[in-house]
Design a protein. Structure first.
Length: 75
């Protein structure tokens, strides 16, 4: 996993991993969730990838758009 840049300094996201069909997110709480194209939608996963690479807005996007649409809780 890669460290999330956290440009704002107050994100709930700590780390992320990008794959072809999914994004795995580790939150500051140490919980890890996988959001897939099937569970959250291809468009949402694509947006999450862009935000992860930018290091800004990912936590807010998850909270507002895909919070409960994860494929599975990894940890």
């Amino acid at each position: 996993m890669k460290s999330y840049k956290n440009v704002s300094g107050k994100s709930t996201v700590a780390m992320y991993e990008l794959a072809k069909d999914f994004v795995t997110i580790r939150f500051a709480s140490q919980e890890v969730y996988r959001y897939s194209n099937q569970s959250a939608g291809r468009e949402n996963v694509g947006k999450m990838k862009v935000l992860a690479l930018a290091g800004k807005g990912l936590g807010t996007f998850i909270e507002n758009n895909v919070k409960d649409k994860f494929a599975r809780k990894v940890r």
